[in-house]
Design a protein around this ligand. Structure first.
Ligand SMILES: [Fe+2]
Length: 360
């Protein structure tokens, strides 16, 4: 029998070019009193920039910049939470940035109301209390972090990349402003957008089926094709399309699972420290055996946009590194089972996994 559970999705969102100007309204009723502290967690890229001047800041509010040079770690999240706890509890947490920043905001919000450390909550449904009211403002489209029920963190002590998968991780409100993605560099725009394409391909190819997830994924794929197979993927219309595709793709994942690409990508991120979205693309580029038509389409999209996917990354690694890559990949039992069934370890022997990594 298929598992039955109530699904939590983002309840409220504001989608429009220029939507950021309405953040004050989005906070209304939650953190709009003079003493209601709002904690802004913002990608360090925006430090000192124009975006900060546009926020409805009050004296009680605080801004913390999130260093996104590396992906969020459990230790990094714990350090942020300790800093926030030195001041009065915020009434709302607003995350402004890409997937790493949004995930950081979700994790901090949850840990402010739940005891213990970030690592204690890596897994499924371990968060018992709702976090602080949280608002997500994505500034690049594709990870689906704005919609998903997870926040991915690297746990270096355990060689594990895993999120807090929980209903309490879902943002309460979103501000979806496609104007904010206008300045994203081409390569990053493509790699991040492809995260949605890959989520949906993996989800639709999996053994586990869910009609809502399928419908979201179908539509998100259609939008991705419209964006990435046309000439200007960054036109105003395409930025809005991709923002919606990302939201739909992230919503789909709440009811389904990813497949092969994400576990291999997590291996790359853990061992070679490549970022999530570029790692996904590096993996997708060698998935002919498992996702033949999607791999071909992926290459056509990269060619249409003139984006070069990095290659040669894993050709000459030590046996110890291949072993670490294997371990950090095979640990993701849920998506691998979704892709290959219970016998996924028989298909993905150490030799096979090493061969796949070598092709990258
Ligand atoms: Fe992803």
């Amino acid at each position: 029998m298929r598992p039955v559970r109530i699904t939590k999705t983002v309840g409220e969102y504001l989608l429009a070019p220029g939507a950021l100007a309405h953040l004050g309204e989005v906070l209304r009723g939650r953190a709009d009193g003079q003493d209601d502290r709002v904690l802004y967690l913002i990608d360090h890229y925006f430090r000192g920039g124009k975006l900060i001047e546009r926020l409805p800041l009050k004296p009680a509010d605080a801004i913390l910049y999130v260093d996104t040079a590396d992906e969020p770690t459990t230790d990094g999240i714990d350090a942020l939470v300790r800093r926030v706890r030195q001041n009065p509890m915020p009434k709302a947490v607003v995350g402004i940035g890409g997937g790493a920043t949004l995930d950081t905001a979700k994790a901090v919000s949850n840990l402010l109301t739940n005891d213990g450390a970030a690592a204690d909550y890596q897994g499924w449904d371990l968060v018992s209390r709702p976090g602080v009211f949280k608002i997500g403002v994505p500034t690049v489209s594709g990870t689906g972090a704005e919609a998903s029920r997870t926040c991915v963190m690297m746990n270096h002590a355990r060689n594990l990349k895993l999120g807090m998968n929980s209903d309490h991780t879902v943002f309460d409100r979103l501000v979806l402003d496609p104007d904010l993605t206008a300045t994203v560099p081409r390569d990053q725009y493509f790699f991040t957008g492809m995260d949605t394409y890959i989520h949906c391909v993996e989800s639709l190819s999996g053994r586990y089926r869910h009609a809502f997830a399928d419908a979201c994924s179908d539509q998100a794929l259609r939008l991705c094709r419209a964006v990435f197979l046309c000439e200007d993927m960054r036109s105003a219309a395409n930025r809005e399309r991709l923002m919606v595709a990302s939201f739909l793709g992230g919503s789909a994942i709440g009811n389904s699972y990813v497949g092969l690409v994400h576990p291999f990508s997590a291996g790359l991120s853990m061992v070679l420290h490549t970022h999530h979205c570029v790692s996904n693309c590096i993996v997708m580029n060698v998935m002919d055996e498992f996702y033949p038509s999607a791999t071909e389409e992926f290459r056509r999209m990269a060619a249409a946009q003139g984006v070069a996917v990095p290659r040669g990354l894993c050709r000459q690694l030590s046996e110890q590194q291949y072993r670490a890559l294997y371990e950090a990949t095979i640990v993701h039992a849920k998506p691998l089972t979704n892709a290959l069934g219970d016998g996924f370890r028989d298909v993905l022997s150490f030799d096979k996994v090493r061969e796949i990594f070598r092709m990258m």
